[in-house]
Structures are given as C-alpha cells and as structure tokens.
Design a protein around this ligand. Structure first.
Ligand code: URA
Ligand code: SF4
Length: 281
C-alpha cells in the first residue's frame, strides 16, 4: 500500500468515526492538547448505557475487574485414598508371600486386614482364627460378629474403620502368637498404621497391647487407659473373644468395653447414637 493510499484509508476511517460520533449525539470535539493526555486527565467518555442505573458498573478505577485468585485446588482426598489403597495392597502382596516366621507353614490364607484406607478408628486384634484363615479376612468369625455389633453400636460401619491384627497368619490351634512371631510380623502393621494414619487405635486384648506397645501390663488393668503409639492415641480394651468366653459372663466387662469404645469415639469427636431400647440384651 502506497503512502497516498494509507492516507486515504486513514481519512476514510476518520470520517466513519466522526459520522458515528455524530449519530451518537456528539456535537463538539475537545481540541485542548491537555485533554488528549488521557493519562493525566481522562477524556470524558460517553456512557455506553442510556441510564444511570446503579447496576451499571462505574468506569472509574474500580471498574477494572478485581484480581481473582484461582480457586484452591480440590481437596486431594480422593487421590490420597487411592494412594493409600495402592500402598495397602502392596503391603498385602508382601504379606501373601511372606515366610518370615513359622506361621507361614500352616496358613491357608494370609490376613492382612481390611477396611477404610483413611479411617478415624483402627482396630487391632491378635491374629487370624480358623474363619479368618479360611477367608483371608480379619474378624469374620464369632469374635468378628461381636466386633461388628460393637462397631454398629458406635454408630459406625465396618467400612468406616480398618480392622487388622498383630500377626497376619493363623497360629495353629488358635494359640497366642509367640514373641518372635509378633516381632517378625510387626513391621507390616507399622507400615499399615503409617499409611492409614488413624486418629485412634483400639487394641483388642492383651496380645495387641503387647505386640503394638510392648506393654506387658495385664489387659484387665490397662484397659480404659489411653496409651500412645507414634503419636497416635491408643485405647486398650478387652478382646471380643474374651467377652464371648468366660470373661463375658460378668456383664460389667461388657460395660467396660463399651466405656472404652465411647472414650475412643469422643477422642475422634463423635458420640454414640442413642441406644434403641429394643436392642438391649
Ligand atoms: N481374633 C483376632 O484377634 N483376630 C481376628 O481376626 C479374629 C479373631
Ligand atoms: Fe510373615 Fe507375619 Fe505370616 Fe509370620 S505371621 S509368615 S511374619 S506374614
């Protein structure tokens, strides 16, 4: 484009602009050079709206849209849960192939434990019994059924908590695991707790207390007294099997366990739902 043509185009645009201003109702054009210095004195701006409606945004400084910080990223909970689940599955795979103690010889299934990968409350028992060994799941036999009733009475579900054991393979004849068996297996439980990060651990029975806390105090004396494991609050209580066997004939023992469960609930900021009178047994 030649200079001449450029000039013609510019004049044409200017003409168009002036005609548009005329149609808009503009009758004068300020020619004062000061008024052209828009940085110092803003030139009068014709209102783009016909009314002074208060809804109309002002054209002053505040008209610039306020800086909107990006919304915070969504809570990474789902990713965390998935990551925890993956890590727990990895530990379970290690356990499935573990031969670190003699309990591997007679097992049918390993029982790594199961439940919520990010629970508020975690239960730790002793070790798998016959039903658990058969199914590869913790607390699914008679003691497990009582534990389920306890959890429901707490206003929770088994899916909301994590249920595990000190040893992951069944001791023959349901004997208590021996100290070296517990020592061999404990790293798995430690890893699980590190991933689960429960707010409270409820130790079910003396073996769980001995294994996790290395505390040799009898469970009937220690129960109901808060302990700590790696900064996590631990409530020792009686094993449900104990309640189902002789110890359970003393109804006071059931109430002791219930008190311990209520204390654990309160620790995580919960209350047990009111008891249905028909459920009293
Ligand atoms: N008793 C336990 O201690 N753990 C189980 O998983 C079942 C019974
Ligand atoms: Fe391994 Fe634990 Fe089973 Fe022993 S009880 S074999 S340490 S998983």
């Amino acid at each position: 484009m030649t200079n001449r043509n450029k000039l013609a185009a510019a004049v044409g645009q200017l003409e168009e602009h002036l005609l548009w201003l005329k149609e808009e109702g503009t009758r004068t054009i300020a020619a004062d050079p000061k008024s052209l210095n828009t940085a110092a004195t803003p030139a009068p701006v014709s209102k783009p709206w016909k009314t002074d409606s208060p809804k109309v945004p002002s054209l002053g400084k505040t008209a610039a849209p306020a800086f909107q910080p990006l919304p915070p990223p969504p809570a990474p909970l789902i990713a965390d849960v998935a990551a925890a689940q993956t890590k727990l599955a990895e530990i379970a795979r290690h356990i499935a192939g573990c031969e670190k103690c003699v309990l591997c010889r007679k097992r049918t299934h390993t029982v790594p434990g199961q439940g919520n990968p990010q629970p508020e409350i975690m239960f730790v028992g002793e070790g798998p019994g016959e039903d658990e060994d058969a199914q590869g799941l913790a607390f699914v036999g008679a003691a497990g059924k009582l534990l389920t009733r306890m959890i429901v009475r707490m206003g929770l579900t088994r899916e909301q908590v994590f249920i595990g054991n000190i040893v992951k393979c069944r001791p023959p004849g349901n004997r208590a695991p021996l100290p070296d068996e517990m020592a061999a297996c404990l790293p798995y439980l430690r890893e699980q707790i590190a991933i689960l990060q429960p707010k409270v651990i409820i130790c079910l029975g003396g073996t769980a207390v001995k294994g996790l806390l290395n505390n040799q105090t009898g469970i009937t004396r220690l129960r109901g007294q808060w302990q700590k494991y790696q900064g996590v609050d631990v409530m020792p209580t009686l094993h449900p099997s104990y309640l189902l066997r002789g110890g359970g004939e003393d109804r006071a023992r059931w109430w002791e366990v219930w008190n311990d469960l209520v204390a654990a609930l309160r620790k995580v900021g919960r209350e047990a739902p009111p008891q249905k009178t028909s459920a009293a047994s």
